[in-house]
Design a protein around this ligand. Structure first.
Ligand SMILES: NC(=O)c1ccc[n+]([C@@H]2O[C@H](COP(=O)([O-])OP(=O)(O)OC[C@H]3O[C@@H](n4cnc5c(N)ncnc54)[C@H](O)[C@@H]3O)[C@@H](O)[C@H]2O)c1
Length: 510
């Protein structure tokens, strides 16, 4: 069966004129397509069209759109009085309430009005496209077109074929997405598709770090921005999206993958949601938005100290790079060998905590600190260092290491002992979840990266991030974390282990 959504006279009907529906209708009308808009609530369509017109006035005022173009968009946008008005549509995009029974009801009604070759696409975030289509007479004409909020700004669209969708449907929806100026990726009908699935690493692992008292939310955010190059820290993101929304997605993905430990939601978040600390919308989240910003106290205030004349550095992963940086700052850095009796010992573990590394290398724990060199391979410009103490590290040893790192000109964050510091833990989880998405054949490796870059605004997709720091190093972090914690959520996927063992890119297909 051919499915053609490329005709000049294609009519699109958008059902649901809320946050998503009105944006999707705007995108279609701006692409020159006759667009109909419907909502079950009286007055909702008129409100949406008025709000949309106001938004376009803003574009005209800023010189981003001409008066004529605005008039064209408004003229192509028509309200529907009832669902029967969808009869002329070749494509219906559904963006109503996220409720399976209500969506199924709507689809059944729509099928009565539409021509048999019309396509219905759902914008669902968390329901199964196949399950929605199962209530239809023509499930082969039902698929998913998952837009991101706000649709006029976000370039990405996930295209999903249901199990009973016509094989040609995904291709037709891909071509349609391009026609309206979007970047499509194709995902299988699995929980969270690509983007909401890939997003289950950053927030939950950051919450575990805070719950374990390793670092405060603002410190985790600062490290992810200044040591790993992310545009937003995980707690800024949680506050922006809303704790209630994020926690519901965490629970849904965990449940729909039948308790996969990798996606375990956070008990810390559950209490915050119950208490109404939802983020920006309640003016209180991990940050306080009601009052002027107050500087938060660091988890560990390293005692100010003069920089040491010399330090000893373990000759392990990243050790020689750190020695070179300290030498350039005028500090004698001895790499390997036996440390002097009073020297501060710096270790640079991968997937190991400071305690374990000190004992493994037979160092005095009181004089040992750890520095994370993992994220530094990502970009030269990422300066912030993490210095990590163990429970016995003496304050003067920590202060001296802190001063040595600060002498390089880079800022420093001090944290409590953690297998995998902060940056290693978060990056390794992001990469491993990305590898799981590849392993489960949810999408092609290149599409996984595109989806995450455009949908989550990470500096790179998870597979590209893994390639940048090195698959074998990511594997070392995860194996270390799993060995230390005996927690299956840190077990590496076979996709990652195979490619790391073969020393090939994480994009390598089977
Ligand atoms: N908000 C997001 O960030 C986002 C992102 C991607 C996908 N989605 C999905 O898009 C859909 C809509 O989300 P939203 O945020 O726009 O919700 P919303 O609450 O802003 O809008 C939903 C609209 O649907 C209308 N509606 C409800 N039942 C209806 C029915 N039976 N027939 C016609 N209209 C009906 C409501 O009156 C409302 O105007 C959901 O499936 C959601 O999961 C949301």
């Amino acid at each position: 069966m051919t499915i053609d959504l490329g005709k000049d006279d294609l009519i699109v009907a958008v059902i649901g004129a809320g946050a998503m529906g009105r944006g999707i209708a705007q995108v279609c009308a701006q692409a020159g397509i006759q667009t109909l808009l419907y909502d079950a609530r009286d007055g909702a369509v008129a409100e949406a069209i008025a709000a949309l017109g106001k938004g376009l006035d803003g574009q005209v005022a800023k010189g981003r759109m001409s008066d004529d173009d605005k008039a064209g968009v408004m003229q192509r946008l028509k309200p529907m009085a009832s669902l029967a008005d969808a009869a002329s549509a070749g494509l219906v995009i559904e963006a109503i309430v996220e409720d399976l029974a209500v969506k199924r009801d709507l689809f059944r009604t729509l099928e009565k009005h539409l021509s048999p070759d019309a396509v219905i696409a759902t914008n669902t975030s968390s329901l199964s496209v196949t399950e929605i289509a199962a209530g239809c007479d023509r499930p082969q004409r039902v698929g998913g077109l998952h837009f991101f909020n706000p649709p006029p700004v976000m370039k990405l669209v996930e295209v999903i074929g249901g199990l009973r969708s016509d094989p040609a449907l995904a291709d037709a929806l891909v071509a349609f997405s391009r026609r309206i100026g979007k970047q499509p990726i194709v995902a299988t009908d699995t929980p969270g598709f690509v983007v909401n699935h890939a997003g289950r690493a950053y927030g939950p692992e950051a919450l575990r770090i805070v719950a374990q008292g390793i670092a405060a939310p603002f410190e985790v955010d600062t490290l992810m921005k200044e040591a790993a190059g992310f545009r937003m820290g995980p707690f800024e993101l949680l506050d922006l999206v809303g704790g209630d929304v994020t926690h519901a997605v965490m629970e849904s993905i965990y449940d729909r993958y039948y308790g996969e430990p990798m996606y375990q939601p956070s008990a810390l978040m559950a209490v915050r949601v119950a208490g109404g600390l939802l983020g920006r919308k309640t003016k209180q989240g991990f940050y306080d938005y009601a009052s002027a910003p107050v500087a938060s106290a660091p988890t560990i205030a390293a005692a100010p100290q003069a920089k040491p004349a010399s330090v000893w550095i373990a000759d392990e992963d990243g050790g020689s790079d750190l020695a070179a940086a300290l030498k350039a700052a005028g500090i004698k850095a001895e790499l390997g060998g036996t440390p002097g009796a009073q020297q501060v010992c710096i270790v640079t573990p991968l997937g190991e905590d400071c305690t374990t590394t000190a004992l493994r290398l037979k160092l005095d724990p009181a004089r040992t600190v750890a520095v994370d060199m993992f994220g530094r391979s990502m970009a030269q410009s990422l300066g912030r260092y993490t210095v990590m103490k163990n429970p016995l590290t003496a304050p003067d040893a920590l202060g001296a290491a802190y001063a040595a790192l600060a002498a390089t000109g880079s800022p420093v964050t001090a944290i409590n002992d953690s297998t995998g510091f902060v940056v290693q833990r978060l990056l390794a989880m992001i990469v491993n979840v990305g590898c799981r998405i590849a392993e489960l054949r949810v999408a092609k490796p290149a599409d996984i990266d595109t989806g995450v870059e455009l949908g989550l605004n990470y500096p790179k997709g998870p597979l590209a991030l893994g390639d940048l720091v090195g698959p074998a190093r990511v594997l070392a972090v995860l194996d270390g974390m799993q060995a230390a914690t005996r927690d299956p959520k840190y077990r590496a996927t076979a996709w990652l282990r195979r490619r790391a063992s073969l020393s090939v890119s994480l994009h390598t297909p089977d």
